[in-house]
Design a protein around this ligand. Structure first.
Ligand SMILES: Nc1nc2c(ncn2[C@@H]2O[C@H](COP(=O)(O)OP(=O)(O)OP(=O)(O)O)[C@@H](O)[C@H]2O)c(=O)[nH]1
Ligand SMILES: C=C(OP(=O)(O)O)C(=O)O
Length: 212
């Protein structure tokens, strides 16, 4: 099965507020962009991924991610994360009604194509499926098979909410890089231990959290 991934990204100036103790206001927008660039690059390098649509209103991020090969969908609803994802999924389905779609977080800087392949192969078995984040509370990927609506319920306790919505939890092993989203300094340390992509490595090299 070939997938279209939908990746949401809020304006960089407001992104990653929970990283404030690891990176100051002047640094966080660049970090959020680097995470998104490494996420999009790894997604586009995954054979099961046909294309990537990033839903964002950030002009700089839009230019940089389009340069990597992503399609940019304006965040027209302006109604928060789930509205943005539903809008982008509808735009994808308008172009390809029979396509498989998955929402993927933009903050997976350690993402590895082989591991994303394993998750998408597992997701392909179900009408809707999701992968819990490394903390076990949230979600990093939510999939919808052809003909199924995405019905995203990201946000606080999204693992429980996606399960309650009828999506099947993906339990495949050795997919840490797909689960390791970066919200806090501890998350960033964990991602650096897994091994991050080149833009995040560069953007974090002078941060105390990187141990330098
Ligand atoms: N397009 C779009 N993306 C969003 C919106 N809200 C959040 N996102 C993205 O959804 C993912 C999870 O968002 P959050 O956890 O709310 O925000 P964050 O920037 O990752 O972190 P915090 O500021 O610490 O909450 C990130 O990739 C965000 O950039 C929105 O309103 N529109
Ligand atoms: C929005 C979510 O991600 P984050 O952990 O980045 O808040 C989520 O897990 O549903």
């Amino acid at each position: 099965m070939q997938w279209t991934l939908v990746i949401p990204l809020k304006p960089l100036a407001r992104a990653k507020s929970r990283l404030a103790d690891a990176a100051d206001d002047g640094v966080r927008p660049g970090l959020a962009l680097a995470f998104a660039q490494d996420t999009v690059a790894a997604a586009l390098a995954t054979p099961a991924v046909r294309d990537v649509a990033v839903v964002t209103d950030d002009a700089l991020a839009g230019r940089e991610l389009a340069a990597l090969g992503a399609r940019i969908v304006p965040d027209e609803p302006g109604g928060g994360l789930n509205a943005a994802l539903a809008h982008a999924a509808a735009s994808v389905r308008a172009a390809r009604p029979d396509g498989a779609v998955a929402a993927l977080n933009a903050d997976l800087p350690a993402l590895r194509p082989m591991e994303l392949t394993r998750v998408l192969d597992a997701a392909a078995e179900f009408p809707r499926a999701f992968l819990p984040d490394a903390a076990g509370i949230g979600t990093t990927l939510l999939s919808a098979a052809p003909g199924r609506a995405l019905c995203p319920e990201f946000g606080p306790d999204s693992r429980a909410r996606h399960r309650a919505s009828g999506a099947v939890e993906i339990t495949v092993a050795e997919v840490d890089s797909v689960r390791q989203d970066v919200d806090t300094a501890d998350d960033l340390r964990a991602a650096l231990t897994l091994g991050v992509g080149p833009r995040t490595a560069l953007a974090t090299r002078r941060l105390p959290v990187a141990g330098q």
